[in-house]
Ligand binder design. Structure first.
Ligand code: BTN
Length: 327
């Protein structure tokens, strides 16, 4: 870890207590001048740090900039299980994490980026990821369950993100099956889960769960094609929720993932469903020369597959794909 990150962790741990320059230098095994330079960098990143000679340094106001220490401060239950890395910019956190997974990165590796230049969405779409206004986060799993169960990972992530957002923002979130989160009638979060199979065994080698949340309004507004459908979760003046939100989502998600077979998150998922009882269109069949099919979303089954009833009375359990809510 860089001196700056270690210093940040130390100051955040100390809370309102002042830590002397000498103590910091001793703990981090660096010179007093290196400490001073790291303090300067943190201040440039928006941390308000006070320093009184003879007393030491302490943080008065945290920065909203995403950081490992900033997130770890708010992790409650599973801090030891995550190895968090934060980047200023990446093409895609999912893509980078898959590369790390291929190089044997362990389960619990988490990547975040302040911006993505090639953020990936479902169905080959791009995920709009402008700087410093969102959470773009990918989590590496090395599960022992079959590929079919990865849908549970996605739905557990959706429930965890919904709970985290509601806890911090205080407004209700709905889940549009399978994995979009909505607030006030617009999409505020998308989830993309990618799995890799081990060729020899046919088992899942790893799973990367990518969560993208529009936290603040983007500086230059949403692009034209998203204007009517996308929104953000926090329009307030005080912008200081991203580290805490990332931590709350990681904690909720890990709790669900560790006990995936207990399906603890089903209730949380189901009660936020935006689609049940609604008329929907099932999309994505156009490629096969078929037009979108209309149906009613009736219930979510024991694997959170969407059970739909067609106009002729037949039913089908959908395990993925794209739907549009009509009424
Ligand atoms: C969707 O809405 O279609 C899914 C969007 C998923 C976006 C997240 S942001 C973090 C992670 N990295 C990516 O490139 N994509 C996912």
């Amino acid at each position: 870890m860089a001196v700056k990150e270690e210093l940040l962790a130390l100051l955040l741990d100390a809370g309102e207590e002042a830590v002397s320059g000498e103590e910091i230098a001793g703990k981090l095994k660096v010179t007093r001048s290196a400490v001073w330079k790291a303090i300067k960098k943190l201040k440039e990143e928006g941390y308000q740090i006070e320093g009184v000679s003879g007393k030491g340094y302490w943080i008065v106001k945290e920065s909203d900039r995403l950081s490992r220490a900033g997130i770890e401060k708010y992790l409650t239950d599973y801090k030891q299980e995550f190895a968090i890395q934060v980047y200023q910019e990446l093409p895609s956190t999912n893509q980078r994490l898959k590369e790390l997974a291929d190089e044997n990165a362990p389960e619990g590796t988490v990547l975040l980026a302040e911006a993505q230049t090639m953020g990936r969405g479902r169905q080959g779409r791009k995920f709009f990821s402008p700087p410093e206004t969102g959470i773009y986060m990918s989590i590496l799993l090395r599960p022992t369950f079959p590929l079919a169960d990865t849908v549970l990972v996605t739905t557990a992530a959706a429930a965890a993100a919904a709970l985290g957002v509601e806890e911090i923002v205080g407004k209700p979130v709905q889940i549009k099956w399978v994995n979009d989160l909505w607030m006030d009638g617009k999409k505020i979060c998308g989830i993309l889960t990618e799995a890799s199979m081990a060729v020899e065994t046919g088992n899942v080698d790893y799973v990367v769960v990518g969560i993208g949340i529009n936290v603040y309004p983007p500086e230059n507004e949403f692009p034209e094609e998203l204007k009517d459908s996308a929104s953000f979760i926090w329009g307030g003046e005080q912008r200081q929720i991203r580290n805490r939100l990332a931590a709350r989502i990681l904690d909720y998600f890990w709790g669900y993932y560790k006990n995936l077979d207990q399906k603890e998150f089903f209730q949380e998922y189901k009660k936020r469903s935006l689609v049940l009882g609604k008329k929907i269109q099932i999309l994505g069949r156009e490629a096969k020369g078929e037009s979108p099919v209309s149906a009613t979303a009736v219930f979510l089954d024991d694997r959170l597959r969407l059970v739909v009833e067609y106009e002729d009375g037949n039913t089908e359990h959908l395990s993925g794909g794209e739907i549009r809510v009509i009424v």
